[in-house]
Design a protein around this ligand. Structure first.
Ligand SMILES: [Zn+2]
Length: 306
């Protein structure tokens, strides 16, 4: 298949779709680190150490290298923030960033999902096909080329890295480079930390009781420590639960009360005008760095003006 367009018009049975449909939750927002990591897990399960029968790229400069990848097994698939990295045994890495529209599918070898999206990448083994649709940011990096890559070269540490501990985050928050930045903007900055996005920002600030205008350098020790713990904890909870950041019991109680799934997942995000879980004050929605942010005006008081 390396020299031809894959057969996208195949019409597999509903049973054949089941596999890739089940693990792909409907996202209501741009995928953040936890969602990308879950996709990496799915791809790793079907690709790592499995001989590739077909490699195909939509873009000609990548397609020129497709055949050479057939002889190099995939040794790892992982996320780094919102980037997805597929590492080949010969040291090359397929980098992709889905932005708003890109989406990976996993299906049985030889089948294609029912989608009108534009196919960009095919990686196919004897049993499965990993298919990337609609993404425009795709690159095949030569060994050691990461540092000079325009996006990856500037990325901060991944929120899920073993070295991203609360102690490390406390030091990073208080470093001269970041301590004077308003946290509402800083938490979205992928150079500070890769993987946080809009819903995680709102949930982390709420859990730490911090207003988005506040700066790490102005917080007391206990609040800094709480914030540094909440950042990886919230990301990990979202990863393990496919996007829930609220405590399990709270989610369960709200579902039992008949609330729609979307209104049960988060403590403040997308809960405008609903009562705060901690104090009952109405959650407020504001625009912050061009994106919506949700907060409790009582639990996250504005900093005092000088
Ligand atoms: Zn509150």
């Amino acid at each position: 298949m390396t020299d031809e367009v894959p057969q996208c018009e195949q019409d597999p049975s509903p049973a054949q779709y089941r596999e890739h449909r089940r693990p792909q939750p409907r996202l209501q927002h741009v995928p953040e680190g936890p969602e990308v990591r879950r996709v990496a897990d799915q791809l790793a399960k079907v690709l790592v150490n499995r001989p590739l029968n077909a490699v195909w790229f939509r873009f000609p400069q990548l397609q020129a290298q497709a055949a050479s990848l057939l002889s190099s097994p995939i040794r790892d698939v992982r996320s780094w923030g919102k980037a997805l990295l597929i590492e080949f045994d010969d040291g090359r890495t397929l980098y992709s960033h889905n932005q708003l529209y890109g989406r990976w599918f996993v299906c049985k070898a030889g089948t294609r999902p029912a989608t009108n999206r534009d196919l960009r990448v095919v990686l196919e083994t004897a049993t499965h096909a990993a298919l990337l649709y609609s993404a425009s940011e795709i690159d095949l990096l030569q060994p050691g080329a990461w540092q000079v890559h325009p996006f990856l070269g500037r990325l901060g540490p991944d929120v899920f890295a073993a070295s991203t501990t609360p102690a490390f985050l406390r030091r990073r928050l208080l470093s001269p480079r970041f301590a004077k930045r308003a946290l509402g903007g800083l938490l979205m900055d992928q150079q500070f930390l890769a993987g946080l996005g809009n819903y995680l920002r709102s949930e982390i600030l709420f859990a730490a009781g911090v207003h988005p205008d506040r700066r790490a350098g102005d917080l007391d020790d206990a609040t800094i420590a709480l914030l540094a713990r909440q950042i990886p904890a919230m990301a990990r909870r979202a990863y393990l639960t496919a996007g829930e950041t609220a405590p399990k019991a709270w989610v369960r109680a709200r579902k039992a009360a008949g609330r729609p799934h979307r209104a049960c997942r988060h403590l403040v995000f997308e809960r405008e005008e609903e009562p705060c879980a901690a104090c009952g004050t109405s959650i407020r929605r504001v625009d912050y760095s061009g994106r919506r942010l949700y907060l409790c005006p009582t639990c996250q008081p504005e900093p005092l003006k000088p």
